[in-house]
Ligand binder design. Structure first.
Ligand code: 5GP
Length: 363
């Protein structure tokens, strides 16, 4: 048994120090970034985006969300269990948007990231790749410390040699090295930080997200590869913090929950509208996807009613606005440079919540 004494930090434990800035207007802060990688096909590949991602959760990693996200240059990781027909339809519609918006072919399509676990066959994604040439692929399991994930990454590098390959979830640099050296371009970081997650309650396993991001980003950047900070962002400021700590991409589920485009049921209670939200490991999600849960598993996900909050574009605008404004406070012209410019205070409180429980004037 070993106890690690080094303090472990969460997003709420940190606040960015305002400092000298030569940025006169937030408009001068560029929040797009180009990602480059050498594929297993020995060719250089790249794509450009605002590196904000929707989680591959039910209703969030879904076509209606994806269509708005990619047109706004963000990424949508797609829920695992879509059929070829459903994915094909989405790729087709997104390709149409590229024509309508007069952008280069692939600009939006490259931002659709299909997801797979470790049990499913690669057949559907192979078929999709043959038709659409998929840019990226996420291998996603709640616990990527199991040997099968490394095998899966190696298999995917053979089957999709050109693809931007993501694997997760992990929270330590040792495992980041293992997965990245097995051939993926990015690791997804989070165990237990998510809004719908019951893993910590049930197992007490995980790691505070800020420390996990710092540690994994060091490993990935040593190898000139990338990390995704996945989950745990409770507000726009946490997204800024994740980037400033070294995350190359930030993934969120909860920040997008309650939006119009969330593909789950809307219900009304006492005159107020809500959207149904559920963790991927919740009983409700398992019932929806597999028609029931295995008897040896406990539900490690919450099922909640999230207040309805209108169109996704409003949430995106406030995240983009927060990122640009943060760039001007810390003197960073490019999102890519947030980490270089960031100095943090370690704090015990970040928000003034005096009016947090008051009714908002906006409906
Ligand atoms: P959020 O942004 O909502 O805080 O976190 C989203 C992330 O939580 C997802 O991308 C995924 O990594 C994680 N997650 C989603 N559903 C579940 C679940 O049912 N159980 C656990 N342990 N994690 C979940």
């Amino acid at each position: 048994m070993r106890i690690i004494e080094e303090e472990q930090l969460d997003f709420d434990d940190l606040m960015l120090m305002p400092q000298h800035s030569d940025i006169n207007s937030r408009k001068e802060v560029c929040i797009e970034r180009t990602f480059k990688w050498l594929g297993n096909d020995n060719l250089q590949h790249s794509f450009t985006c605002i590196p904000l991602m929707a989680a591959n959760m039910i209703g969030i990693g879904a076509p209606a969300m994806a269509k708005v996200l990619v047109r706004n240059k963000c990424i949508c990781t797609l829920e695992k269990h879509y059929s070829f027909e459903a994915l094909d339809k989405l790729f087709f519609e997104v390709a149409d948007f590229e024509k309508i918006d007069n952008v280069e072919e692939g600009t939006y399509r490259n931002l659709l990231f299909p997801t797979i676990g470790i049990k499913e066959s690669f057949d559907v994604l192979k078929q999709l790749d043959e038709k659409w040439h998929i840019n990226a692929l996420v291998i996603d399991v709640p616990n990527a410390y199991i040997p099968k994930v490394v095998e899966r990454v190696k298999e995917a590098t053979q089957l999709f040699p050109h693809a931007f390959l993501v694997a997760g979830n992990i929270v330590t640099s040792e495992r980041a090295y293992t997965l990245l050296e097995a051939g993926c371009q990015a690791v997804k970081v989070n165990i237990g930080a998510g809004s719908c997650c019951l893993t910590r309650k049930l197992t007490n396993c995980g790691r505070p997200q800020a420390s996990a991001v710092i540690d994994c980003a060091n490993a990935a950047h040593n190898l000139h590869k990338y990390i995704i900070s996945d989950g745990g962002c409770k507000n726009e400021g946490h997204i800024v913090t994740a980037f400033a700590l070294g995350a190359d991409f930030v993934m969120t589920g909860s920040m997008f929950m309650g939006c119009d485009e969330m593909e789950t049921e809307t219900i009304e209670r006492n005159g107020k509208k809500f959207k149904i939200a559920m963790g991927s490991s919740s009983k409700r999600a398992q019932d929806l996807v597999f028609g029931g849960m295995s008897s040896y598993r406990a539900s490690e996900g919450r099922e909640v009613l999230v207040p309805y909050k209108g169109p996704l574009i409003n949430t995106l605008s406030s995240i983009f606005g927060g990122l640009r404004s943060a760039g001007s406070y810390i003197g960073a012209h490019y999102l890519k440079d947030f980490n270089k410019h960031a100095n943090f205070y370690k704090v015990s409180r970040t928000l003034n919540n005096v009016f947090a429980n008051c009714e908002s004037i906006a409906k």
